[in-house]
Design a binder for this molecule. Structure first.
Ligand SMILES: *Cc1c(COP(=O)(O)O)cnc(C)c1O
Length: 595
């Protein structure tokens, strides 16, 4: 997002604020304004750093005067802040002036009147300040801006202050181009507090240190280590995914499906009996109530819509236990797209019920007989398919793994979990606990809390038979840095880089790697990672079934089991992300019922 500092006046102050490198600086040529320019200002403006564009702000001035000033002082833009007509704008446009047209927006604003200005202006500026909002802290009414349907990018103005920075970063309007800051950053009219301006600029520009950077990395993890053949394909995806996902039409379609097809928002259930038992407030985020029985559908639907917008006709996926295959086959059936699922021959035998579900949904299943005939071999085959069909095929990856932009894209689709939690709670929880295979349900549950350092986030890996045995899937506990499935992350591998076959009682956690964002959150210590054994998870599954009448997936049971290991205080408010339901695990679970 770009930043314009407006109402600059004194040369020393301009000089100081320039050091913060704002994208635009505004000079007011309206005589009645206390920020009206001084002669010295203009001499200075003439020599400004070319990275900061100069904007002259005018209110109903004669056109000849505007043109004269623009010429004399090399102004890059003219901002029309009065009732200038379309014809007025056209004349300046024809004289080669770059224009920003400002509008005061309130509830009764006639959005249609913008249309006629369109051919002549580069940007719009919306001043959303309204008297009735003054003083309440509610200076902006972002919702009003949803009525803006044109493509011309706009500046947002109107009493913006330093405390608004985080809120501004959350605004998801793709046409929002820049913010315009002025009076709330002043010590007196026309004099900016450069420290405050600097802080604002840094906050607005800084991406979270926990999120992906422009190059597709989270610290040293992530990236796209791909065969050359895939390069154009991935690059196109990298360049388009954010814009597509953020567009109104995409969001409308996705939100409607999440609501009526998946059944969102899922409840945040206060578990009274668990709370009594553990002597703290325990909540379950009920992802098990999603259509198809787990969180995976959130991502499958997001990616299907993305594939459709990119005119892909064919979807491929890999699956281990079949859960992601089922979610993908479901989404494909819903959209009428061809679905090919790669699955290890060994897994096909082990996971018969999910194979049956995928077939029922119309997917074709390709058995993979190479290597160990499991998930990682299926992934290799899916990638091979993708290389051979780069233009018409979308590879629908099921977790926050794989080459950039997949980890970030899948995280954004699963972030709906924590977004809902934020709406469902009055005050922040003390802990959020989630299980980790690739890490998508966990990132989803953590996403909107990553910057809330008062919330302890805990990721639970599958310990299998224990992390002191070779039968484990606890990647962060035992792994080392390496490239797996086209991204730099932490991997369970031998000293010479052979991937170790992992083990977990829950098929969904049986993965030898982990999403790069988790590797980074582990390294930066923002998230605490621990592990739970097969037996502990089984016990937790039985316990929850008896205590609450909810049979959890074995994966989610790992997160639940951690309650036994925590030091719990009576004031704790703990949220467990119940990623899925246990129907698929009944065979394993019933074998362990104690008579
Ligand atoms: C697949 C699956 C997981 C593990 O995948 P993540 O990407 O780590 O969330 C966890 N729980 C359930 C129910 C699953 O189906």
């Amino acid at each position: 997002m770009k930043i314009k500092v407006c109402g600059m006046k004194h040369p020393e102050n301009i000089n100081a604020v320039s050091q913060c490198e704002p994208d635009f600086m505004g000079f007011i040529f309206y005589k009645k304004s206390p920020r009206y320019v001084l002669d010295k200002t203009l001499v200075f403006a003439k020599e400004m750093n070319p990275n900061t564009k100069t904007v002259g702000v005018f209110v109903n001035s004669p056109i000849s005067e505007v043109l004269e000033i623009v010429q004399e002082y090399n102004l890059n833009f003219v901002q029309l802040h009065g009732n200038e007509s379309v014809d007025y704008a056209k004349k300046l446009y024809n004289a080669g002036v770059n224009l920003i047209k400002a509008f005061q927006v309130n509830k009764n604003f006639d959005w249609d009147k913008i249309k006629d200005y369109k051919p002549f202006v580069n940007y719009l500026l919306f001043d959303t300040a309204t008297k009735s909002y003054g003083g309440s802290g509610l200076k902006f009414n972002w919702e009003l801006l949803r009525n803006y349907k044109e493509e011309i990018p706009f500046f947002l103005s109107g009493g913006i202050e330093i405390d608004d920075a985080e809120m501004i970063k959350e605004i998801d309007l793709p046409q929002l181009f820049a913010i315009d800051i002025n009076s709330k950053f002043e010590t007196e009219p026309g004099v900016k507090n450069e420290e405050l301006v600097n802080k604002m600029i840094n906050t607005i520009r800084m991406k979270s240190k926990y999120q992906v950077n422009d190059k597709g990395f989270y610290g040293e993890y992530g990236g796209a280590f791909i065969p050359e053949m895939l390069y154009p394909n991935i690059k196109e995806l990298q360049e388009s995914y954010e814009e597509i996902i953020q567009s109104d039409s995409f969001q409308e379609e996705l939100q409607a499906l999440l609501k009526d097809y998946v059944g969102r928002p899922t409840p945040l259930y206060y578990s009274k009996r668990l709370s009594d038992h553990y002597k703290a407030d325990i909540y379950l985020k009920r992802e098990d109530l999603c259509h198809t029985g787990a969180h995976k559908i959130n991502n499958a639907l997001g990616q299907i819509l993305l594939a459709k917008k990119r005119n892909k006709k064919r979807i491929i996926a890999e699956t281990g236990a079949g859960q992601h295959g089922v979610a993908t086959a479901t989404a494909c059936a819903l959209m009428g797209l061809e679905c090919v699922v790669y699955m290890g021959a060994k897994d096909i035998k082990r996971q018969a019920p999910n194979v049956a579900r995928m077939k029922m949904l119309g997917a074709s299943i390709v058995p993979v007989t190479s290597g160990s005939q499991t998930l990682k071999d299926a992934t290799n085959e899916a990638i091979r398919d993708w290389i051979n069909n780069p233009t018409d095929t979308h590879y629908l990856i099921g977790s926050v793994v794989g080459p950039h932009p997949y980890p970030d894209m899948v995280a954004k689709f699963q972030a709906v979990i924590s977004k809902e939690i934020k709406n469902q709670i009055k005050e922040n929880p003390t802990h959020i606990i989630a299980c980790i295979g690739g890490g998508s349900n966990a990132i989803g549950a953590f996403y909107h809390f990553l910057e809330d350092e008062d919330v302890e986030l805990i990721g639970i890996e599958a310990g299998g038979m224990g992390i002191d045995t070779p039968e484990t899937a606890a990647t962060l506990a035992l792994g080392s840095q390496g490239v797996l499935h086209a991204c730099m992350t932490t991997v369970l591998q031998t000293e010479d880089g052979q991937v170790i076959e992992p083990h977990s009682i829950s098929a969904g956690l049986d993965y030898p790697g982990i999403g790069p964002q988790h590797a980074h959150l582990h390294k930066t210590k923002r998230v605490k990672y621990s592990n739970i054994t097969d037996q502990e998870a089984l016990d937790a599954a039985h316990f929850l079934s008896h205590m609450e009448g909810i049979i959890p997936a074995l994966e989610s049971s790992h997160a639940l089991a951690y309650l036994e290991k925590m030091e719990i205080k009576p004031t704790d408010r703990i949220i467990i992300n119940l990623s899925g339901r246990g129907d698929k695990d009944l065979e394993t679970l019933t074998k362990t019922i104690k008579e």
